[in-house]
Design a protein around this ligand. Structure first.
Ligand SMILES: Cc1cc2nc3c(=O)[nH]c(=O)nc-3n(C[C@H](O)[C@H](O)[C@H](O)COP(=O)(O)OP(=O)(O)OC[C@H]3O[C@@H](n4cnc5c(N)ncnc54)[C@H](O)[C@@H]3O)c2cc1C
Length: 398
């Protein structure tokens, strides 16, 4: 990819999302630290603007947006919300909406997706368990076919949006073992409504993203209809990576935006604050930090859009799954670290104030830090890129 220009339509979408975010999100963003929820009118506004799962087909209330356009929305939401809550609410549904739209049954799509795009229901992803995160094959949750239904048993943990789906409606794209003896070929993906009988939620007190919950749930003999199967039985392990890769590309954009926005606040502070008779901005030691962070985050932003563009090329049949996996993993590999390093320096520039809860940048740091794990740990990005470079014969984990 050499031409980095966005289309006229994409620029218009950016402008309208930016305008919405300035008016509706910026004023309430920090309040979510205390309220622990995204205000209903923000969700309603996002739905009216077509910003919830815009990757879904217009047939089910979506916008048919491609991954780069989805990235533009993620970037603007991230710039407006330092808590990271609305970007997470957005990215999860955009990514798993794409998967649902591609692999869900017609009956399930008609039933579920319009409720998601209207902002009534939340659509999440649930693969992680207490004993299995990066190693998806370590999943213990099971799904069994019983007559014309399926029965699910197990638990999921560290899942985004549990409270949202449990209380508002909706559910999670979930993975379980159907044929344990078949390894990766024995896993099945399905939609699990969180209001089902047999689901008991629990919540974790995580460090940031206070407007959206993280939690888990036990799954006790939960029955789901056969049309909730996503893709075919035994294909879940492969399909789930398509969703994770979409999400990782969006996360890379979100990290770059959060870091660059923090740098902008930092630049203002450096110009205003004086020490030793001159603005901090005159000290070369601080200037160099600014230049380094800006350069790294700009490369991160370009790399993220390149990864999302590569994803789009695959949708158009012009790139392979492997090219997508590599480009996406490269984009997420340093996303959290580079953004957190930049934000940490902006906190440092603000002296003791940087260590107070009033400092917006510590909120942003806590949000971005989550992306060192969420939707795939940064170490796993290195596993993926090495596998693509060296070939599967040199992969330690089959
Ligand atoms: C805020 C938050 C929200 C989340 N939301 C969701 C969600 O919505 N849905 C969901 O399913 N999951 C979610 N997760 C879970 C996330 O996907 C997992 O944390 C991640 O996959 C890592 O799994 P783990 O935590 O079990 O760590 P482990 O897999 O146990 O790994 C522990 C550490 O070892 C490293 N490691 C593991 N294997 C290797 C290896 N082969 N080589 C080198 N290092 C390795 C890991 O990178 C990590 O640093 C969320 C996590 C967080 C923090």
């Amino acid at each position: 990819m050499v031409d980095f220009t966005f289309t006229e339509e994409q620029e218009m979408i950016r402008e309208s999302v930016r305008d919405f975010a300035r008016k509706k999100i910026e004023p309430i963003a920090l309040k979510m630290e205390e309220t622990h929820k995204i205000p209903d009118d923000v969700i309603e506004g996002m739905a009216e603007m077509g910003l919830i799962a815009p990757t879904v087909s217009s047939k089910y209330g979506g916008q048919d947006f491609d991954p780069v356009t989805a990235g533009i929305i993620a970037e603007e939401l991230s710039r407006a919300d330092p808590t990271g809550s609305i970007p997470v609410f957005y990215l999860v549904q955009a990514s798993w909406g794409h998967v649902f739209n591609k692999y869900g049954t017609e009956e399930a799509k008609k039933e579920i997706l319009p409720n998601v795009t209207k902002g009534k229901w939340f659509l999440g992803i649930a693969t992680t368990e207490s004993d299995a995160g990066s190693d998806v094959l370590g999943t213990k949750t099971t799904i069994q076919k019983v007559g014309d239904k399926y029965v699910v048993n197990g638990e999921k943990m560290y899942i985004s949006g549990v409270r949202e789906a449990y209380t508002r409606g909706g559910g999670h794209v979930t993975i379980a073992k159907q044929f344990p003896e078949k390894g990766a070929k024995g896993m099945t993906l399905f939609y699990l409504p969180l209001q089902s009988k047999g689901i008991i939620p629990q919540y974790v007190d995580d460090l940031g993203r206070e407007g959206i919950s993280t939690g888990g749930f036990t799954i006790d003999n939960v029955e789901i209809p056969s049309h909730y199967i996503i893709g075919q039985e035994g294909k879940g392990f492969y399909i789930v990576h398509e969703g994770y890769e979409y999400a990782r590309g969006l996360i890379a954009v979100i990290c770059a935006a959060a870091g660059l926005k923090s740098l902008e606040r930092g630049e203002n502070y450096l110009k205003q604050r004086k020490a030793f008779g001159m603005p901090l901005a005159k000290f070369e030691g601080l200037q160099f930090k600014l230049a380094e962070h800006y350069t790294k985050l700009s490369y991160l932003r370009w790399g993220a859009y390149n990864a999302l563009w590569t994803y789009h090329q695959e949708i158009l049949g012009k790139a392979s799954r492997f090219e997508v996996s590599k480009a996406i993993a490269m984009s997420k590999m340093f996303a959290q670290e580079w953004a957190c390093e930049a934000i940490d320096d902006v906190m440092q520039w603000q002296g003791a104030f940087g260590y107070t809860r009033e400092c917006v940048d510590q909120v942003a740091w806590r949000a971005v830090r989550s992306f060192g794990w969420a939707e795939g740990a940064k170490e796993i990005m290195k596993v993926i890129v090495s596998r693509e470079l060296l070939g599967k014969d040199y992969t330690a984990y089959k």
